[in-house]
Design a protein around this ligand. Sequence first.
Ligand code: DSN
Length: 415
Amino acid sequence: MAFEIIKKQDKQVFDAISGEMKRQQEGMELIASENYVSKAVLEALGSVFTNKYSEGYPGKRYYGGQQYTDVIESLAIERAKKLFGAEHVNVQPHSGAPANMIAYNAILKPGDTVLGMDLSHGGHLTHGHPLTLSAQIYNFIGYKTGKDGLIDYKELEKMAIKHKPKLILAGFSAYTRQVDYKKFAAIAKKVGAISMFDIAHIAGLIAGKAIENPVPFFDIVTTTTHKTLRGPRGGMIMCKAEFAKAIDKSAFPGFQGGPHMNNIAAKAIAFGEALKPAFKVYAKQVIKNAKILEKELTKRGYKIMFGGTDYHMVLIDVMGSKEVTGKEAERALDEAGITVNKNMIPDDPRSPMDPSGIRVGVQAITSRGMKEKEIKMIVEWIDAIITAHNDKKTLAEIKKDVTKFCKRFPIYPKV
Ligand code: DSN
């Protein structure tokens, strides 16, 4: 990727792009929400669709000149329907947080009660964290994992009966265990609530058929398109036909203006890629790699939260395992060329800026072709780095090895 025009026109931006390219190529990306899109997705993002306004939906727009935007948006919708078996799809949400807000706005009135997973137990900010706009509008009540580290469905049912929520939310950014879709849907049905699943983290695992598809079980399913699904930064909402009108109206004109058509073109490409057999191989390998990660870390005395993983990531209690804080672990790993994020663990006694845990995901390195053998090597480094977290010399030495290793797995061959 040469970026010749930017190079001639704007050296400051060119230098930043080149620096980021080098950082991504030479670093070990273990943040659980990132991935490497294909060159085709990158091309679509940089296409002329970025020039076009297209408020409305295919066949019903407020501006002229929509012959090609309609093709692109319809393609993205049809491919998403095929991937997830959804009755209705809206591909316009700019990202995951807006997708959730659009869904809430479609079905809730201010003050309505929502049950969502507590953030420190693996939920997500937009599922009711007090600092979010949605938490100021709706009455969120957080459910937690039980003593065994798993969602306690009996407790969830009790809470649902007690609080009579209008909406019950599944979906997580750090909880790593398979959800019982039927139980969730049954609890929602019992109390007359709408059921919603935010599958942002696991959408690619579902699309690649490595885990069961929740879409048939839930009324509404929101997602991002850029994590395990390996598409562009973006969001999407799937729902049962009865919610279609409300969701579309809430997306536009309710919440957003013109859709970002270059992004929707890139979503269509990514969904096309996810429909190919190779994506199933990828999704299965992601889970195999996460299982090895869990096993190797456990062998070295790291405490994995929720009793393990069924997905692409693990949440590690580094403080409880090695007396190193999440912040310190993140900093030391970063210094040695390995990128993770510090993360709260359930009922963390520490603060969000300096929590007890780190979250580690393998979906991005799996896209680079890394498998079980490489994961074992990576765990050796992680352990060595955490053990020597204050020893700058050791961290610098490991960084050299990590860089050399990463160069063997090009993110874009011949860049
Ligand atoms: N920021 C994303 C994550 O890292 O999980 C979720 O929004």
